[in-house]
Ligand binder design. Structure first.
Ligand SMILES: NC(=O)c1ccc[n+]([C@@H]2O[C@H](COP(=O)([O-])OP(=O)(O)OC[C@H]3O[C@@H](n4cnc5c(N)ncnc54)[C@H](O)[C@@H]3O)[C@@H](O)[C@H]2O)c1
Ligand SMILES: [Fe+2]
Length: 386
């Protein structure tokens, strides 16, 4: 098999890396960057700091701070106008997955027009786009290193996965200092998202030797660091480890795809406004239990990488130990069920069919070791409710 691999062209990684944003835009010959971010980054002063660094580098930056969590097609309208008004020659996504995904969408809509529905999976889109620079502040979505953006269709509440090389950032800045302000809940949710990226990339039918290495390294690191950052957000070493693992996991799934957890997670996020990492976490143990016997060797490798079992454990023992550990991990970081989260049971039940349809339409379940039909997806949604 020939693997098709795409990665950002360059990166700055390490504490304080944000200070190098000026050098990054200079390298790219950018003169009118637009910083795409959210209100939180404005109130903390990070956005203003970035604008100052960009001015010091001789550019004329502008700011778009209208990103919303889990960006929608409606939320992009003002952003498209802002990019045009600024006559921007690059977009800088500053924040969690939502501002980075917004920046990606604006880059393509500005250069090529249309609406995000035109770019949805299967795509992929590789046409005109403004250069994208991504600066994550969560650890995380991995969006800084992926060839995807995820935008919710405001008309249908469907989370659309939009793939293609044009959505891949050309450069990324990975600075742990930006994540130190994350509260425990966000830390856990984004951390489980990164772990899910690593596991799904590794068990995906599109996994390859290149993505495997990144995925295994990322899951080993996250297994050692996630409980630490949840318990103590000031643990800089664990935060730094999570940050790098999150980018590695992003690189892994961008080149191998995600699978059933993400396929089922997006409809939960879209219909019930559950944070992306949290809806993954609600699903991860049950979906792994559903899938494990279809690829015990692959799941066993995950368990060994995460040091849940020793190297000598049999595949069967290791794979089932993984299910037990993921269940315990989600308990330890206090992941609620949809019921405990407050999702109304009748509304949940009423949406099961459409959620299953949307999960299958995203294409992600087809990459899972065990490919479910709609009825099995409905059963899984029903099982995780309580
Ligand atoms: N494109 C991809 O490859 C990809 C991959 C995974 C997830 N996603 C998408 O990313 C989005 C989720 O991103 P996310 O989980 O990073 O969260 P987010 O960007 O939606 O942010 C969630 C909240 O956290 C706040 N926040 C961000 N950084 C913070 C910090 N350092 N300290 C305190 N608060 C902070 C934000 O202001 C916001 O209120 C979803 O829409 C998901 O679909 C995209
Ligand atoms: Fe994700």
């Amino acid at each position: 098999m020939v693997a098709s691999i795409a990665l950002p062209r360059f990166a700055r990684i390490g504490p304080g890396a944000l200070d190098e944003i000026g050098a990054v835009v200079s390298t790219l010959g950018v003169s009118r960057p637009i910083v795409v971010t959210d209100q939180f980054m404005v109130t903390t002063g990070v956005a203003e700091r970035v604008l100052g660094l960009l001015r010091a580098a001789g550019t004329t930056p502008t700011l778009f701070d209208g990103t919303v969590p889990d960006p929608t097609t409606d939320s992009l309208v003002a952003g498209v106008a802002a990019v045009a008004a600024a006559d921007a020659d690059a977009v800088i996504g500053l924040g969690g997955g939502s501002p980075m995904d917004t920046a990606k969408a604006l880059s393509v809509l500005h250069a090529n027009g249309g609406t995000m529905g035109d770019y949805r999976a299967p795509g992929p889109y590789a046409g005109p786009a403004l250069p994208i620079i991504a600066i994550p502040t969560t650890a995380g979505s991995g969006s800084e290193a992926t060839q995807f953006t995820v935008i919710t269709d405001s008309a249908t509440d469907e989370k659309m996965l939009c793939p293609g090389l044009s959505f891949l950032p050309v450069a990324t800045i990975i600075d742990v200092e930006l994540t130190m302000s994350m509260p425990a809940r966000l830390t856990a949710d984004t951390g489980v998202d990164a772990l899910t990226h690593a596991i799904e990339a590794y068990v995906s039918r599109k996994a390859n030797a290149f993505s495997d290495g990144l995925a295994l390294t990322a899951m080993r690191t996250i297994a050692g660091a996630l409980r630490r950052v949840y318990a103590d957000g000031s643990d800089r070493d664990a935060r730094a480890a999570m940050m790098i693992a999150s980018t590695q996991a992003g690189m892994a799934f961008s080149n191998a795809s995600v699978a059933l957890v993400h396929g089922m997670s997006r409809p939960i996020g879209a219909h019930f406004h559950v944070a992306h990492g949290l809806s993954n976490a609600m699903l991860l143990p049950a979906v792994t239990r559903f899938s494990v016997d279809a690829a015990p060797d692959r799941y066993a490798d995950c368990a060994r990488a995460m040091r849940i079992v020793g190297e000598s454990a049999s595949d069967d023992v290791a794979a089932h130990a993984l299910v037990a550990e993921l269940t315990q991990l989600c308990l330890d970081v206090e992941v609620p069920t949809p019921a405990v989260y407050g999702v109304d049971e009748a509304t949940w039940t009423g949406k099961l069919e459409v959620m299953a349809e949307q999960a299958l339409a995203s294409g992600s379940p087809a990459n899972n070791p065990r490919i479910p039909d709609a009825a099995e997806i409905v059963e899984l949604y029903t099982a995780i409710y309580r």
